[in-house]
Design a protein around this ligand. Structure first.
Ligand SMILES: [Zn+2]
Length: 236
């Protein structure tokens, strides 16, 4: 079958020849799909919107000689407001960069796709602070990637962590109590409120949380994620 149809989000694009682009699509069923998008940089090209970063659409792909190419696309969601706000765009780029590190061709990753789609929606259309959206995204992202941090007990001594803060350490797979984390860098310290916020995000999800009084900085979860993936993330 030379044609196939898939829903996907555009995670990256690079210019190719005079008027074409190479897109990396994230498909929930097929994982990473690299495709040629012919003529999309020409004015009035019907594929112009399909080739925008973060566009979510129904793509019809054609595999002829060489590259698989975009034959048509119905845009489901353009997340247009992201393009008008540099801060939100940076947050979206960080999420895309994390997904690009883990998706594989032919590998279904439906849960991650839903997480990305929801997070982009929140960034583009909701009043939420982008720090809230991206920190929660990264926490769910590492969890889906098999690196869920331990947040209820100290990773070294096993003590239950209730009414206290702790150090978030990638090498310990989670939280360390104050006395076990004596040598830990100060920047990895989470207050008890920040720690509780992370637990609530994992237990309830952002939709069921009304207030966000203490959100750990994106940078902290970014470092945790980078250590677990053994690779740097872009866009931040
Ligand atoms: Zn301890």
């Amino acid at each position: 079958m030379p044609y196939r149809k898939t829903q996907a989000i555009v995670l990256s694009r690079s210019d190719y020849r005079d008027n074409d682009s190479i897109l990396t699509l994230f498909s929930p069923d097929d994982g990473r799909v690299d495709v040629l998008c012919r003529g999309c940089r020409k004015p009035r090209s019907p594929l112009m919107n399909a080739a925008e970063l973060f566009t979510m659409g129904e793509f019809v792909l054609f595999s002829g000689k060489g590259h698989e190419a975009v034959h048509a696309c119905t845009v489901i969601e353009s997340f247009y407001p992201l393009r008008l706000d540099y801060t939100r765009l940076r947050h979206a780029a960080l999420m895309a960069s994390a997904c690009l590190k883990t998706i594989q061709p032919g590998e279904s990753m439906g849960h991650l796709y839903i997480l990305l789609a929801r997070s982009l929606k929140r960034l583009a259309y909701e009043e939420l602070d982008p720090e809230v959206v991206t920190t929660a995204f990264l926490l769910h992202f590492v969890t889906l990637s098999g690196f869920k941090p331990r947040l209820n007990h100290c990773s070294r001594c096993g003590k239950r962590m209730g009414e206290e803060g702790g150090f978030l350490l990638a090498q310990e797979d989670g939280i360390c109590c104050l006395s076990c984390g004596k040598d830990a860098p100060k920047r990895s310290w989470l207050s008890k409120e920040q720690l509780q916020w992370l637990r609530l995000v994992l237990a309830l999800g952002l939709d069921k949380m009304e207030e966000h009084p203490a959100v750990p900085p994106v940078e902290m979860l970014k470092q945790y994620t980078e250590a677990k993936l053994e690779s740097g993330l872009r866009g931040f």
